[in-house]
Design a protein around this ligand. Structure first.
Ligand code: SAM
Ligand code: SF4
Length: 473
């Protein structure tokens, strides 16, 4: 249960979420598909691309798997727990299929490559296995699987970015949307399976990114989050204009769409985030003052084993730089406890670095060895599970304290909040975020505001997770 504590990027509440139908025109589609998504936001965003491809082939979404012709699980391999959850779900769907033999079951995403043989042949759990770069071939694979063959395509591509596919926003709030700007990862963090499951890094055509964001804005969306495993290494040669678009430049292109369209991005690798990106953020009020900068560990020795290519001191200097250019910037991070050989003093270095950075929020995990990674091949997973968990608990406890302290500093301040919808606890309250990505809840008080509106809110109280406010006069 303590494996992670998270919010927006790897949202525990959303794990296994099923998408709602995009359309109320029930007669529009011949068949129904059901899709559940796991893992990082990138996977949730991919499910929207899959939905678009399926709609073109006559499949409409359903939230009820018992009526689906096609059941898909978009999977994550990042930690063992994620894989165990998916396996349990597959067993359930397999049982349902016994009563509905025509129903097809498919595994998409990161587990596809790793476990294709096992799922298809050995355990016969699924009819289709489709890797993250093969979604365009889904319609053909469905036909193959429908004909009784085991359909599989897990080829990774050096080019596929799905640039021309307009994702179907199936389950959003109509205000905020995620836009993929690149795929894959060229870093080789020794603990991480992503470079193996999602392939080489490639950047999507900037023109198609801006077009997608403009289209979202026209449809009433007010916030886009640009997504990639390492957004700061975005690189797109714009041959028509004889220039190269880097991430700072892309941010500027999206920021110029309209001052009332907010821009966020995730994830930044500390080694790649440039001063130019920070100055671009400073120049545009609509680029949110929030950076997710995963540190993983506060110990230089462990960072070296993790192949993160920066030291503790270098990371601290990046934090200093961010706060000198953007003094009001919100900061969050990812931390792994109990990586191979981690000693008590390394763990204390992590706690010390957290105090230094004073993160507003963290995604915290204990190390889970993934087969095939550099760490699995080179190092022994030698920190006992009880120690990993105890250290994680200490990290979580410290983060809870830091989050509460940081939120208390906001009491008395006024923030511009983008309303995302009703508060989860009460329809009498609005819920939204400030530029720093903090959740703000405040009473509607009979005002004629709507979701998607910007509003000035004075913070009057807080918890560790939420700022509580009232409409500013
Ligand atoms: N590309 C991003 C980055 O470099 O920060 C994030 C990638 S990953 C989807 C999200 C987080 O999962 C990582 O930052 C790391 O903290 C965690 N993670 C990755 N592999 C892990 C493992 N083997 N065990 C525990 N946590 C892991
Ligand atoms: Fe994994 Fe590192 Fe790439 Fe992030 S940057 S996806 S942690 S290899």
């Amino acid at each position: 249960m303590l494996e992670s504590l998270s919010s927006k990027v790897h949202d525990e509440e959303r794990q296994g979420e099923a998408y709602r139908p995009a359309t109320t025109e029930s007669g529009k589609f011949r068949k129904k598909f059901y899709i559940e998504s796991y893992g990082c936001q990138m996977n949730f965003s991919d499910s929207e691309i899959v939905a678009s491809i399926l709609q073109e082939s006559g499949y409409g979404a359903t939230r009820n798997y018992t009526e689906a012709d096609l059941v898909l699980l978009n999977t994550c391999s990042i930690r063992e727990k994620a894989e165990v959850t998916v396996r349990n779900r597959l067993q359930l769907f397999r049982q349902i299929k016994e009563d509905r033999p025509g129903m097809l079951i498919g595994v998409l995403g990161c587990m596809a490559e790793r476990l294709k043989g096992k799922f298809l042949e050995e355990e016969q759990l699924v009819d289709m296995v489709v890797g993250p770069d093969a979604y365009r071939t889904l319609p053909g694979l469905i036909v193959e699987a429908g004909g009784g063959q085991k359909a599989v395509n897990v080829l990774l591509s050096r080019e596929e970015t799905y640039a021309d596919i307009s994702p179907v926003r199936l389950d959003g709030n109509g205000v905020t949307a995620f836009v993929s700007i690149m795929r894959g990862c060229n870093n080789m963090c020794s603990f991480c399976v992503v470079p193996f499951t999602r392939g080489r890094e490639r950047s999507r055509d900037a023109v198609s990114i801006v077009r997608e964001c403009e289209d979202l804005f026209r449809r009433g969306f007010k916030e886009v989050t640009l997504l990639g495993q390492n957004v700061d290494s975005y690189y797109w040669p714009d041959e028509a204009n004889d220039r190269v678009v880097d991430f700072a430049h892309l941010l500027e292109m999206v920021a110029r769409i309209d001052p009332s369209l907010r821009i966020r991005f995730s994830t930044s690798h500390p080694k790649d985030i440039t001063d130019e990106v920070l100055y671009t953020m400073a120049r545009y009020d609509n680029i949110c003052r929030y950076i997710h900068l995963p540190v993983q560990s506060g110990s230089t020795r462990i960072l070296q084993l993790m192949n993160r290519t920066y030291t503790r001191e270098w990371y601290m200097a990046r934090i200093d730089r961010i706060l000198s250019i953007l003094p009001d910037c919100g900061l969050s991070t990812d931390i792994i406890s109990g990586f191979c050989t981690e000693a008590e003093e390394d763990h204390l270095d992590t706690l010390g670095l957290m105090e230094y950075a004073r993160y507003d929020m963290s995604y915290m995990f204990f190390y889970s060895e993934r087969p095939g990674t550099l760490a699995a091949r080179r190092y022994q997973d030698d920190v006992p599970e009880a120690v990993k968990k105890r250290r994680l608990e200490e990290i979580v406890r410290l983060q809870n304290r830091l989050s509460l302290e940081k939120n208390k500093q906001d009491v008395g301040r006024i923030y511009t909040v983008l309303i995302e919808g009703d508060s989860k606890k009460s329809a009498g309250d609005w819920r939204g975020r400030n530029s720093q990505n903090k959740m703000v809840v405040f009473p509607k008080n009979g005002s004629d505001l709507q979701k998607g509106d910007y509003v000035e809110v004075k913070i009057v109280d807080c918890t560790g997770a939420t700022l509580i406010g009232r409409l500013a006069e």
